[in-house]
Design a protein around this ligand. Structure first.
Ligand code: C5P
Length: 234
């Protein structure tokens, strides 16, 4: 796996998802299935998209006691996805349990990534709502260290934090970064954003792009622009 653009398929159902993906004729994008789609359609949607040739990031952000997360991951491990995730706020023991549950009998497993802080959380929310009294950058690095200590493959974070995370935890530790917007795009509920070119400069390994592609008049064009700017650096 290398640098790639992952499209967030935040659609209400399988029909809308297939209609959207049918537009991509020359290249099968790496896609992210989130809770909206998975809770409605279940494993069927994963198998179907896999059969159509897509790589899949199953973004369910597991966060529970270690034993429950281990069981959840055991249920997911044979779906054939390429990447799954947990919330690092669940702690190191929970992340180790996730890794254990995800590992198949032959020792293989999908990549396991953890969310540090959601890109919708601003410093103001962190301090006043969550009562975490530290600069958001320090919290993200601290959580990323926990993820590394637990033996996971990388983190979901803002592109603005990718460089610092690589600096602290090495180039091989993956950074998967949502919060991607082009100049002029609506920001929506994202707080810490940047464009694909800048995300690449900042050292992000994968960008996750949702609404800028899924809500576009010409989604394939916007996807190709992301690939060009992020993967090819033009
Ligand atoms: O539409 P947009 O580009 O904002 O979509 C970003 C996607 O990335 C959404 O599916 C969202 O759930 C996901 N995500 C995120 N921030 C995180 C983790 C995942 O925005 N920290």
């Amino acid at each position: 796996m290398g640098k790639d653009v992952i499209i967030a398929l935040d659609f209400p159902g399988a029909r809308e998802t297939f209609n959207f993906l049918d537009k991509f004729t020359s290249r099968k994008p790496f896609v992210k299935i989130g809770m909206e789609l998975f809770y409605l359609e279940g494993p069927y949607i994963v198998r179907e998209l896999k059969a159509r040739g897509h790589k899949i990031f199953l973004d369910l952000k597991l966060h529970d006691i270690p034993n429950t997360v281990k069981g959840g991951m055991r249920s997911l491990r044979n779906l054939g996805v390429d990447m799954v995730n947990v919330h690092s706020a669940g702690g190191i023991e929970m992340m180790r349990a996730a890794l254990e549950g995800l590992t198949r009998e032959d020792g293989t497993r999908p990549l396991l990534i953890a969310v540090t802080q959601l890109t919708s959380i601003s410093q103001e929310k962190l301090t006043n709502e969550l009562l975490i009294n530290a600069p958001i950058e320090d919290v993200v690095i601290h959580y990323a260290r926990n993820v590394f200590a637990a033996g996971l493959d990388g983190v979901v974070c803002s592109p603005l934090e990718a460089g610092k995370i690589h600096e602290h935890l090495g180039e091989k530790f993956l950074t998967i970064t949502p919060g991607i917007r082009f100049a002029g795009d609506s920001v929506g509920d994202q707080a810490r954003i940047t464009d694909p070119r800048r995300a690449k400069e900042l050292g992000s390994d994968y960008i996750v792009v949702g609404r800028p592609i899924t809500k576009a008049q010409a989604p394939v064009e916007i996807y190709e622009r992301c690939v060009k700017e992020f993967c090819e650096g033009d």
